[in-house]
Design a protein around this ligand. Sequence first.
Ligand code: HEC
Length: 373
Amino acid sequence: MVAAIAWIGTSFYYIALDLHLLPPRRPDVEDGVGGEVWEIHGGGFYRVEKYRVAPKELPEPLHWFKWEAYTTWLSGFFLFVVLYYASASSTLVDRSVADVAPWLAVVLSCSLLLAAWVIYDGLCLWLERNDRALAVLLAIGIVGAAYGTSHLFAPRAAYLQVGAMIGTIMAANVLFVIIPGQRELVRAKREGRDPDPSYGIKGKQRSVHNNYLTLPVVFAMLSGHFPVTYGHSFSWAVLVAMMAIGAWIRHAFNLHHRGVPLRGLWAIPVTAAAAIAAVAVWLRPASTPPATAGSVTAGKAVFRSAGCASCHTLRDAGATGTVGPNLDRAKPSRELVLERVTNGLGVMPSFRGRLSSAQIEAVAAYVSHVSGR
Ligand code: HEC
């Protein structure tokens, strides 16, 4: 997250900077300067000039922005390995979704990261001049990835997998397209020739893609904290909706930087807010009726037969397990029990598919009731 903040910050800043550029007005402006912008920040005025191609002399030192992207990918992948691949049987795989061997799930996950880049890069090369068709195909690709992974991995892992696929595309854009393009600029300058313009065009296209993908990826990175989203039975559609809203919001910023006044833009924030509200209404937890004596008794039987006792302590059930939290002390709410039993977390397995939703309801009513909630 920290590296991503730095990366996304530079992405937002440079897109805004580019869109703010005006033709230089000073008479003594240096040859080759195509645009300038005045800014005030942190107690000083800044004048930034952008060269159409390159300045006469190659400046020294020249600052590059690439480690933000690489660090985001490397640390993100490292965390994915530690938190998901290393415990794939309980975090990456959910038997009720797809009964894949843990090692196979890891192989599939890595292969999908690679495939995402290969397919995306292929599409960009094929549709170099047709931004609209490219955008439509990329959107279809993301919907396909969300749908496919939701039928392959545990719900929480599926969200991260889609985020990691998009993040891989973004980091690879920097590594394989944007930075080599900049190297070409520097090389051409050193050799005193005109740089190959195709690099610049490609680099710009990829950095615009990256810009639109930032908010969707941020949502995926943080989604592990929002079980209400990935725990939904149409989790893939929820993910697509949140990502689409993210890109839509980014679009409003970009139009505004380009000079479209807020009053010409109001439709975007309004529809984005309405869409978020609609998603929230769609995801709202069903109101659960208060525990009845019947459901509490049924829940006790479920608690015993499902093996909760082997990991948890709960006095009423005579359970003395110590693997998971002591439920008499944790006093979990009914919603928390529902969530945990349905989706699992870490060592706690998911019981979706093993217990019916009525049984899960019952055990939630029971545990929250007898632990004193
Ligand atoms: C294999 C051991 C294991 C089994 C079986 C198991 N749990 Fe858990 N449970 C855990 C662990 C470990 C955690 C802590 C997860 C975490 O926060 O990382 C946990 C967390 C919970 C929590 C959340 C407690 C809190 O305050 O965070 C609830 C509620 C819960 N389990 C209920 C159940 C119920 C009900 C069952 C039976 C249907 C069950 N568990 C079966 C290991 C288990």
